[in-house]
Ligand binder design. Sequence first.
Ligand code: CO
Length: 166
Amino acid sequence: MSLLTIRTYPDPELRRKAEEVVDFGPALRTLVADLWETMELNDGVGLAAPQVGIPLRVTVVAWKEARYTLINPEILQTSGAVTDEEGCLSFPGIFEKVTRPERLKVRYRDETGEPREVEVEGFLARAFAHEIDHLNGRLLIDHLSSLKREFVRKRLKKRIAERDRL
Ligand code: CO
């Protein structure tokens, strides 16, 4: 296993639409293991392959005891709406209020290629929606007002400038 480098906004890799996984072989197993390792070391609740520069529809989500590896996930149904604070490993230090569905029904494949369906709600539904967004090149910042977007851009720029000075 190896630790992957997480791309941060505005890295253009984050905007690519990821491709469907067709090969459920050993390369996929390695990618999944590396995503888990990288996410856990960075204390994340979700990480999508495009965030490490790999444009494939693969994402991992961990919340409390739940662990999901979602390959080619599709949202079948949504209901309700909840506004809550959300962060992203590609937006370090940023937490903003985002409205997401309260419940989601998702179809996906596990890492062996087995088709699965699950209904999730609350924070897990938020995490699934956030990660599936990543596979479509859609980011946390896209859910914010233009004023908030400007604030987030400035904060990240400042953070990068500070890091480069070290
Ligand atoms: Co994210």
